[in-house]
Design a protein around this ligand. Structure first.
Ligand code: EPU
Length: 423
């Protein structure tokens, strides 16, 4: 099958205004909960999902494993994991999506065996799995990488005390799902604290798992003998929602994003304020008001509640049009700044050195053909296009489609001039 060639066409249209609703956090939370549905026989339902490309890959993967996956309503998928399951995740699917690794923990918990191809995903760095592997080994798993597959098996998972070198989101998720039916207590120290971890803990708790402390540095899981299917609505997508807040910083205006909270944005709220915006919570969301050019600031990415690495490309785009020079340091991924060369094609002045980018703001970007290298970098180019003279065409927009159900539609709802073409 040949994939449609998708592009975003963007033209400046003045300040943004109005209200949009953040989608459900489908890529970074919903897909993981669908994988966690493999933990027990029966039908689990995940709600508040939006049709992003990564969701299709997760559905295909779960079907390849032997689950029945059915749309219940427009936004709810049910997973019947009664089985029999084939504890194997094939390369063709795993190579398309990083979250495929999330079947590893549930398959080990349920079957004591998993063979999962090494994952792909975004082009943003080396993205090791050593923390997943070491934690699982501490729980008694024998694990090997053979011919590009992680081959893991265990007679009985045993609770363990695990200290992560780095609060990895993926490793925390793998270890949580492996631990819920392990014998005894598992303690994950230096755990990731992202809101999607708390949402996974809520999902697992509703299944009958004993998970405590999610959202803090230490998560404690008391293994139970059995889990039961759940019906769970996934949280709003703070990264998608945050994208529109940064859009307002770049284009100016008065924008409200419903379905997310100020707390879910962490330090990013302070940075939006430092950039010159007024940010306030509303009853069901976050409002941002921005007048004039952004002010130059320095930003460094860190695990939650630090400045999210997924917001970094938007910060670079904002600094590209800021009054002054800012420095951006990417601490989470080792190759996430490559997209700045695309921004420079639009007249930005970004100089990178390893994990650092010096961004000298200019009052004048010019629309150009550019390429989306990953989902957030692609979205950042669309945001830059909102204030670039003439037309910006973002090619390879399939990357954007992996995480955004309707980026063009929502920007248009806010008064932007953005169209997505496919074919
Ligand atoms: N790392 C290791 N060893 C491991 C695991 C991670 O060295 O075993 C390193 C990674 O190489 C990376 C860093 O730790 O340098 C952070 O990785 P983490 O495991 O926290 O991230 P992830 O689970 O691979 C998820 C999101 C990313 C988001 C990060 C950080 C999904 C599918 N992906 O990735 O989302 O940036 O957490 O919050 O949930 C995106 O949405 O654009 C995106 C890339």
């Amino acid at each position: 099958m040949t994939e449609a060639v998708t592009r975003y066409h963007v033209r400046p249209a003045g300040p943004l205004g109005g209200t949009v609703r953040a989608a459900g956090m489908t890529k970074n939370a919903g897909c993981k909960q669908l994988a966690a549905a493999l933990l027990c026989p029966g039908v689990s339902t995940v709600r508040n999902l939006d049709p992003v490309a990564d969701l299709d890959v997760m559905c295909e993967l779960l079907r390849a494993i032997g689950a029945r996956v059915v749309w219940e309503t427009d936004d709810a998928l049910s997973v019947d994991a009664t089985g029999p399951l084939v504890p194997e995740a094939p390369y063709e699917l795993v190579s398309r999506m990083r979250a495929s690794i999330n079947v590893l923990g549930p398959l080990l918990a349920r079957h004591g065996r998993a063979r999962v191809a090494m994952p792909g995903g975004d082009n943003i760095g080396s993205r090791n799995l050593d923390l997943h592997a070491r934690g699982l080994q501490a729980m008694g798993v024998e694990l090997d990488v053979v011919h590009g597959f992680i081959d893991a098996h265990v007679d009985a998972l045993c609770g363990a005390r695990i200290v992560l070198d780095f609060p990895s989101v993926g490793a925390t998720e793998t270890l949580m799902t492996a631990a819920v039916m392990a014998k005894g207590e598992t303690v994950i120290d230096n755990a990731a604290r992202e809101p999607e971890i708390s949402d996974l803990a809520a999902f697992l708790g509703e299944m009958g798992a004993q998970v405590h402390g999610a959202g803090s540095h230490t998560i404690t899981i008391e293994g139970v003998d059995e889990l039961t299917p759940v019906d769970h609505a996934v949280i709003g997508d703070r990264i998608e929602g945050g994208t529109y807040l940064f859009a307002a910083v770049i284009a100016g205006g008065d924008v409200t994003v419903e379905g997310i909270t100020v707390e879910q944005l962490g330090v990013a709220v302070d940075k939006l304020v430092d950039l010159g915006a007024r940010v306030e919570p509303t009853l069901d969301g976050v409002r941002i008001v921005m007048d004039g050019r952004p002010r130059a600031i320095d930003v460094q990415t860190l695990p939650f509640p630090g400045f999210a690495t997924d917001f970094m490309p938007f910060a670079v785009a904002a600094l590209a049009v800021a009054d002054g020079t800012g420095i951006v340091t990417e601490n989470v991924f080792d190759n996430r700044l490559a997209f700045t060369a695309e921004l420079n094609r639009m007249g930005a002045h970004v100089h990178t050195e390893g994990r650092h980018a010096v961004v000298r703001g200019t009052g004048r970007l010019s629309g150009a053909p550019v390429q989306a290298l990953d989902v957030r970098a692609g979205a950042a180019l669309v945001l830059a296009g909102l204030v670039a003279e003439g037309e910006t065409v973002v090619h390879d927009a399939r990357h954007i489609d992996r995480g955004y159900p309707d980026l063009a539609g929502k920007l248009v709802a806010l008064g932007g001039d953005v169209t997505r073409t496919a074919g």
